[in-house]
Design a protein around this ligand. Structure first.
Ligand SMILES: NC(=O)C1=CN([C@@H]2O[C@H](COP(=O)(O)OP(=O)(O)OC[C@H]3O[C@@H](n4cnc5c(N)ncnc54)[C@H](OP(=O)(O)O)[C@@H]3O)[C@@H](O)[C@H]2O)C=CC1
Ligand SMILES: CC(=O)[C@@H](O)[C@H](O)COP(=O)(O)O
Ligand SMILES: [Mn+2]
Length: 387
């Protein structure tokens, strides 16, 4: 029986993690969760899994859940606010923490869990983009595994089993191309949030769906792969593969390319991270090789989808460029989803921030947290007059 904590239990990854737990009740015990605004789902999880620790980061949802727990005489430890996310990381019994919050709010609780020696099942890629050096150094120091949940990185992880890191020639990260594959900039001027979140292959949260549409998701994934596998940026290749059947590939020095294939369903990488190094049956549709038809590959169009280019630049620059890229993108996507800016302003804001904020080659964790705060204050101040 593995004890599992989840930050971001109510989202797309969180809910699919619950499905994996539900289908393997004897293998997992849910110790603690966090949620933000979705109090209904939080209550459902409390009823079904009886976690001992519940953190609710949004005030209104917290008040509702507090009243609910009082009415129903629930014996659990309930905490409010973003600083309390670490209460889930601190649960001593945890064997593994699933990080499925969206955004770099995941950084501090991930660091805390690593300090406590807890294995991380990492979905929250923004944490590695902003603080990759600190996260990986802490994990090495504490001898903690960071197991990738992101489908591409989980695929790479599977392709790397039993192999030597020094034998890697190249990583090939596949991209669906998003909902606007094949379009040029002129055709993207009037894109609405509804258009941008309509992903062709995956049903995901709003922020990552927009990131997929701009190819920023792939850029964040390139940086995530660099930190997870220690591979240089010139050896990380993005290949557009619209069928989303091959989830990524590792090319070795003997020119063998090993790929991982499955129908697109996040339950598989979530489950593999939770059961690693074991494999168990997974309740997803099996891949019928006679039905899938052609598998195709294209080069990404980085003249149109410049976010991918910006991410490579930030990754190579290293230092605080990752957090600048990530935070400016988080805010820009939020402004776009709320109708404040146009679609093509997302990459403009990110590029401007990368050019304008002072570069630091060796930021401390505190430097990273401070620059994140400053960029948020500046951008929300500029576009909303403060938030
Ligand atoms: N969805 C997917 O298929 C994939 C997602 N990922 C990554 O996993 C992470 C989660 O993505 P996804 O599940 O799609 O996102 P969702 O938006 O569906 O879920 C986000 C989760 O984080 C919580 N949350 C939202 N805002 C805050 C906040 N300010 N503070 C604390 N918690 C917050 C939400 O709570 P509530 O719902 O209660 O408001 C929810 O539990 C992202 O980093 C994403 O890039 C990676 C690969 C695939
Ligand atoms: C499911 C998953 O891992 C997402 O990150 C997915 O990769 C998004 O699709 P894109 O390839 O369009 O970014
Ligand atoms: Mn992915």
């Amino acid at each position: 029986m593995k004890n599992v904590g989840i930050i971001g239990a109510t989202g797309s990854i969180g809910s699919q993690t619950m499905e994996v737990l539900r289908e393997n009740r004897k293998a997992f015990n849910l110790t603690g969760i966090s949620s933000h605004s979705n109090y209904k789902k939080t209550i459902e999880i409390i009823e079904e899994f009886s976690p001992e620790v519940v953190v609710v980061t949004e005030d209104n949802a917290y008040d509702i859940i507090k009243d609910y727990c009082k009415d129903k005489n629930k014996k659990l430890s309930l905490y409010r606010g973003i600083e309390s996310l670490e209460k889930v990381s601190e649960i001593k019994e945890n064997d593994i923490l699933v990080t499925s919050v969206v955004g770099m709010v995941g950084l501090k609780p991930t660091m805390k869990a690593i300090e406590n020696g807890t294995t991380i099942a990492l979905a929250n890629k923004e944490t590695l983009v902003a603080g990759g050096r600190h996260v990986m150094e802490a994990a090495r120091r504490r001898n903690v595994d960071i197991l990738p949940v992101d489908s591409e990185h989980n695929a790479l992880f599977q392709c790397l089993q039993g192999e030597k890191r020094e034998d890697i020639k190249r990583l090939h990260i596949t991209a669906s191309g998003g909902p606007f594959r094949g379009k040029k900039k002129e055709e993207l001027i009037n894109i609405t949030p509804e258009d941008a979140v309509r992903h062709p292959k995956w049903n995901m949260g709003m922020k990552i769906s927009v990131d997929s549409s701009t190819l920023m998701n792939k850029g964040l994934e390139v940086i995530e792969a660099h930190w997870l596998y220690g591979v240089d940026y010139d050896k990380i290749n993005v290949v557009v593969h619209p069928e989303s059947i091959i989830h990524s590939m590792v090319e070795y020095k003997d020119n063998s390319i090993i790929a991982q294939l499955s129908n697109p369903n996040m339950k598989l990488p979530i489950q593999y991270a939770l059961t690693y190094p074991k494999r168990i049956d997974c309740n997803i549709k099996e891949l019928n090789l006679f039905d899938i038809g052609q598998l195709t590959f294209e080069r990404p169009d980085t003249d149109t989808f410049t976010c991918l280019k910006l991410a490579y630049q930030a990754g190579k620059a290293s230092g605080n460029a990752g957090v600048i890229l990530n935070t400016s993108n988080e805010v820009a996507v939020d402004l776009f989803l709320n109708g404040v800016i146009k679609y093509l302003e997302i990459n403009e804001i990110v590029e401007r921030c990368l050019n304008n904020y002072e570069y630091m080659s060796k930021p401390t964790l505190e430097d990273i947290i401070q620059i994140d705060k400053r960029i948020r204050k500046d951008l929300y101040g500029l576009y909303l007059g403060g938030k």
